[in-house]
Design a protein around this ligand. Structure first.
Ligand code: ADP
Ligand code: AMP
Length: 225
């Protein structure tokens, strides 16, 4: 299973991707998390990416492709969940070439739909563990002990790019640069499945699993024809 999770910031890609990875054994490749790790570690790619991430701008395509290429080298042949990548048509085209080079193929694109006012509210309440990256929400999914991660006890922090002004900017970037990917994948014949991301986390997960099964069944019956 090679699957792309597409959706605006705050749609639940990280939340759903982590659940799907746990359930399926697939590797989750989340470019935003990889970039934040690189920024924290102060590596040369992290130093270059920092100003873009902080401003809510997209990091240049070639740097992102390099990150994904490195990660994909270790991923099992049929098991990768791409969260937050690709984010531009140019990334999608380069990604197709990379998949072909590695003998992999894309099974489905899951689009998580959430209205803008809900996204802004969600992101203002998002808290992330500074040690293990687990994600919580002050309103919809708080930790058992305020400010502490349930998984590892680490300190929970708000992301710097989740302030309302940067969120508005990121939403605009999503509409302009990432939404065209839906038409791109539809034209390429890749199954594109929309799920309603405004329902509880477990219901969204159930819909994603159901959509992936339907895409797999359709692929099998096509192959038998
Ligand atoms: P993304 O990776 O798409 O930016 P996240 O998975 O980090 O989104 O989710 C954004 C915020 O919304 C987090 O605080 C998360 O706990 C919360 N969240 C995720 N899914 C849901 C949901 N179905 N209902 C309510 N809150 C959610
Ligand atoms: P995310 O964690 O997916 O919300 O991403 C956080 C930030 O990382 C984005 O606002 C961008 O600055 C950067 N980023 C993540 N993924 C990509 C990508 N595929 N292309 C360009 N920039 C990215």
């Amino acid at each position: 299973m090679n699957v792309i999770l597409l959706g605006p910031p705050g749609a639940g890609k990280g939340t759903q991707g982590a659940l799907l990875a746990e359930r399926s054994g697939a590797v989750r490749i989340a470019t935003g998390e990889l970039l934040r790790e690189a920024v924290r570690a102060g590596t040369p790619p992290g130093q270059k990416a920092r100003k873009y991430v902080e401003a809510g701008e997209l990091v240049p395509d070639d740097a992102i492709l390099e990150l994904v290429r490195e990660r994909l080298a270790d991923a099992p042949a049929d098991g990768a969940i791409f969260d937050g990548f690709p984010r531009t048509v140019a990334q999608a085209e380069a990604f197709e070439a990379l998949l072909a080079e590695l003998g992999r193929s894309l099974d489905a694109v899951i689009v998580i739909d959430v209205a803008e006012d809900v996204l802004v509210r969600r992101l203002s309440g998002r808290r992330t563990c500074s040690a293990c990256g687990a994600v919580y929400n002050a309103d919809s999914g708080p930790p058992s002990v305020p400010g502490r991660c349930d998984v590892c006890g680490g300190t929970l922090v708000a992301r710097a790019d989740d302030d309302p002004a940067t969120v508005r900017h990121r939403l605009g970037v999503h509409v302009e640069q990432t939404l065209p990917l839906i038409a791109h994948y539809q034209a390429a014949g890749t199954p594109v499945c929309h799920v309603d991301g405004e329902r509880p986390v477990d219901e969204v997960q159930r819909d994603i699993v159901r959509s992936l099964r339907a895409a797999e069944d359709a692929r099998r019956s096509e192959a038998h024809r």
